[in-house]
Write a protein that binds this ligand. Structure first.
Ligand SMILES: Cc1ncc(COP(=O)(O)O)c(C=O)c1O
Length: 417
């Protein structure tokens, strides 16, 4: 049988050739306008991230005991900057995680262990969320041995706060809002979600994995958007991804912030029954790389508030151009207002999945949301208008073609991951 693991080691030039041959086949994601990658946010950002990651190449972190001082320094500053951006009060704590899924896991695990003390009547704990919330909550609940309950969204795709309030029962321990939701890109009424948490003594969590490092700067730029951060009462924790609109590469970094750092005892794991001694860690991971933390530190400091505000402005401009462009194509309409980095459009006249397939065939990677069927785009802070104009031109041609031929999609299964 052919072996993958080589018997004799290979030289780097051989490996480099092999990698290069694969890399050139990758999607040209730096040009933006796909639905799954966050590309170059312009300027020297990628260069700076790469240089910092290189410098922190072998730095690592493990619990509170191990880790180079350099890795501790970058971790301390990244978490402090995150708390400032999210308006966290004194006493809050931030944990760096490997991604949004892990941050939401921490939220569910913290709420479960908190509820064992503060909501002992909840015998069969339940997490209340909108149908539009990210599946990582269900994954976390599954791992934590508790249940989720998804409440249908409103006609405007936002969480139905009134229906969620009615659904609270003795077993409810946690209520979740999205800022924004991935599927439709709209921001839930976080003040309403926070009010449910306060009124019923529940854990209130905001999934700001997409908007956490974007909405604060859109608001600073004067965009009228609802608030989601710690100035909203009832919000006990927030997930916000640095590897999305925090513009950090390489991937693998998100943040989980607790309003009250004392609750970190419910987040972590503390164990002392084995030979080597106490294992008390607040992260899900044990050993962690300092490399991506170094990259995050460099990107946050290199961009600063001005840099993030500028990119937020470019995202807004991109949203406006796409929205106007889509409205100008007969048969298409935006599904919802583009509020924070996501633009979704649909059609009542042509098969929108067939349109997505047509765009894919022309080299514009396009995925669709299944309910309602709609094409989903992540907005990039690119200064060049040309790629957007190319996209809109291709879109217009594909729609005309699908309309003229009455073509239907070859398959309708929407796949997120
Ligand atoms: C709203 C939301 N929450 C959580 C996640 C999970 O993030 P990750 O893929 O980094 O685990 C995503 C990913 O797109 C998301 O959009």
């Amino acid at each position: 049988m052919a072996r993958t693991f080589p018997e004799h080691g290979e030289l780097w030039p051989v490996l480099e050739q092999r990698l290069l041959r694969e890399r050139i086949k990758d999607i040209d994601w730096l040009k933006g306008l796909s639905d799954s990658y966050w590309p170059d946010p312009g300027g020297n950002v990628r260069l700076v991230a790469k240089a910092a990651a290189d410098q922190m190449f072998d730095a690592f972190l493990l619990g509170a005991k191990y880790g180079e001082p350099s890795a501790r320094m970058v971790e301390d500053e990244v978490t402090a900057m995150t708390r400032e951006i999210l308006g966290a009060p004194p006493g809050a704590t931030t944990t760096l995680t490997g991604g949004g899924t892990e941050s939401n896991f921490h939220a569910v695990k913290t709420a479960r262990d908190w509820a064992r003390v503060h909501r002992p009547a909840a015998k069969d704990p339940e997490v209340l969320l909108c149908w539009t919330a990210h599946p990582s909550f269900d994954k976390a609940a599954h791992i934590c041995g508790i249940r989720t309950r998804r409440i249908p969204e409103r006609a405007d795709f936002r969480a139905d706060v009134a229906a969620m309030a009615k659904a609270v029962n003795r077993d409810t321990i946690m209520v979740v809002g999205s800022s924004p939701s991935f599927s439709h890109g709209v921001i839930d009424d976080i003040a309403g979600i926070g009010a449910i948490a306060e009124q019923h003594g529940l854990w209130g969590h905001v999934d700001a994995c997409v908007g956490g490092f974007l909405i604060p700067f859109l608001r600073k730029n004067g965009r009228r958007l609802p608030n989601f951060d710690f100035s909203t009462s009832g919000v006990a924790s927030i997930s916000a991804d640095l590897h999305k609109f925090g513009f950090v590469t390489p991937h693998g970094i998100s943040t989980f912030t607790l309003r009250d750092g004392a609750n970190v005892t419910y987040q972590g794991f503390d164990f002392d029954d084995w030979p080597y001694g106490r294992y008390a860690v607040k992260t899900f991971a044990g050993s962690r790389s300092g490399q991506v933390v170094g990259a995050a530190w460099a990107v946050l400091r290199h961009l600063g508030e001005d840099g993030y505000r500028k990119r937020a402005e470019l995202v807004t401009r991109m949203a406006d151009i796409l929205e106007n462009g889509v409205k100008a194509i007969p048969g298409l309409r935006p599904l919802a207002p583009s509020e924070a980095g996501i633009f979704v459009y649909t059609s009542d006249q042509v098969d929108i999945v067939a349109v997505a397939e047509g765009l894919n065939a022309r080299g514009f990677p396009s995925s669709w949301c299944k309910k309602p069927e709609a094409i989903h785009i992540l907005l990039y802070p690119i200064e060049e208008i040309a790629p957007v104009a190319d996209y809109l031109r291709a879109l217009s041609e594909v729609v005309a073609e699908v309309r003229a031929t009455g073509r239907k999609a070859t398959q309708r299964q929407a796949t997120y991951a």
